[in-house]
Write a protein that binds this ligand. Structure first.
Ligand SMILES: Nc1nc2c(ncn2[C@@H]2O[C@H](COP(=O)(O)OP(=O)(O)OP(=O)(O)O)[C@@H](O)[C@H]2O)c(=O)[nH]1
Ligand SMILES: [Zn+2]
Length: 356
């Protein structure tokens, strides 16, 4: 049954989610604002409330990435007078940001879901590093969100240094929009705020100390910070859950989780792009964000292979690895289907390469 939920638009609800939601007509929809062990803090048009996962849901979903994370949308049952909502399902994620658990290819942890854009933050003072920037951009794009590059602490470097860094970013063909700012002088803060679209969801990733917290504090005013803390008394105990999905005064949504902060360190061991840095860097220059390099127009990777700037075998092994990586991130049903489709695609991509 198709229902519209205009009341949820301000929280990030979209037609795509509407199409992919498979909630029971008796269930309502809410977004996950924080996860606190076995409890969830949810928000809907009426405000925030707590919820727990239905036993049947836990029984069916044992992998960590199948459990709700901040930014997820869930189907729930909520009876008047109940302290807790009961979550019966997680609505398919449009995008996500995840990291692999060490030593396990299938098990990976989703840090945040349904992000529209991810701002990859580097400080132009000491922290600036193109290779690491590429790695972050690839991780963001792998999860389906649009990347932005944000250089902070512009007050600490000469304008020449900043100009040189911008030239380097453009020089390797990165297509993500670049913003610069100083949390100290607040120069560039207005530009960033203008970039944030109401109803869209953002997060900031980057190494520790680049100024993410300072920036988010600038974006949120004190009032929002206070209301962001939700206290609730239930079952004789008092809990305070720090809300990680924040709605700014301008209407944009920002996800700020501790997991996001660690993302930089833990994400660094990520596999594919370290060996295929040139390819993934080139991929950022492809016309389509979701380019598979399988023959789309404006494909920067194919162009480089054709120009012999990248060895064909190298490209083929990249495709192979990419296939495995994508495969690992899918559900079992998706896998059975994609296994066949992607097999055909790889075959035709290879044949295509040989035929040239
Ligand atoms: N000069 C200058 N200092 C800044 C700027 N932004 C942040 N800082 C300082 O840099 C230090 C680290 O800033 P944070 O906001 O805590 O950095 P973070 O990225 O949130 O770090 P984690 O919370 O560890 O991930 C603090 O002492 C800030 O005051 C800036 O634009 N210019
Ligand atoms: Zn391409």
């Amino acid at each position: 049954m198709m229902t519209q939920h205009p009341e949820l638009t301000a929280l990030g609800w979209t037609p795509w989610l509407e199409q992919h939601a498979a909630c029971d007509p008796s269930q309502s929809i809410a977004r996950v604002a924080a996860v606190d062990r076995d409890q969830l803090l949810l928000v809907d048009q009426d405000g925030s409330f707590r919820a727990k996962l239905a036993g049947s849901f836990l029984h069916r979903h044992r992998l960590s990435h199948e459990l709700p994370c901040v930014g997820d949308w869930v189907c729930l049952e909520r009876r008047p007078g109940d302290d807790f909502g009961i979550v019966h399902g997680v609505i398919e994620r449009r995008t996500s940001l995840s990291r692999k658990s060490a030593g396990n290819a299938v098990e990976h942890q989703t840090i945040a879901a349904n992000l529209d854009s991810v701002m990859v933050v580097q400080s132009c003072h000491f922290d600036f590093n193109l290779k690491r920037l590429e790695r972050y951009l690839v991780m963001v794009m792998d999860g389906g969100a649009d990347p932005y590059i944000l250089l902070t602490k512009t007050d600490l470097v000469d304008p020449d240094v900043l100009a040189e860094q911008l030239a380097e970013i453009h020089g390797i063909g990165l297509m993500a929009p670049v913003l610069t700012l100083s949390n100290l002088t607040r120069e560039g803060l207005d530009d960033l705020e203008r970039t944030l679209v109401p109803g869209k969801t953002y997060c900031f990733v980057g190494s520790s100390g680049v100024g993410k917290s300072t920036l988010i504090n600038h974006l949120i005013d004190r009032d929002a910070l206070e209301t962001g803390r939700v206290s609730a008394t239930g079952e004789g105990r008092h809990t305070t859950v720090r809300r990680e999905l924040i709605r700014l005064d301008g209407g944009a949504l920002v996800i700020d989780t501790p997991g996001m902060r660690e993302f930089g360190i833990l994400g660094a061991g990520y596999g594919i792009e370290s060996n295929y840095a040139e390819i993934t860097a080139l991929a950022l220059g492809c016309r389509y964000r979701d380019c598979t390099h399988g023959g789309e127009s404006g494909c920067a990777v194919r162009a480089a292979v054709d120009a012999n700037e990248i060895a064909r075998e190298h490209f083929e092994s990249y495709l192979k690895l990419r296939e495995e990586s994508d495969f690992n991130q899918m559900t079992h049903a998706e896998r059975r289907k994609k296994d066949r489709d992607f097999g055909r695609f790889i075959k035709s991509a290879k044949k295509d390469l040989r035929d040239r």
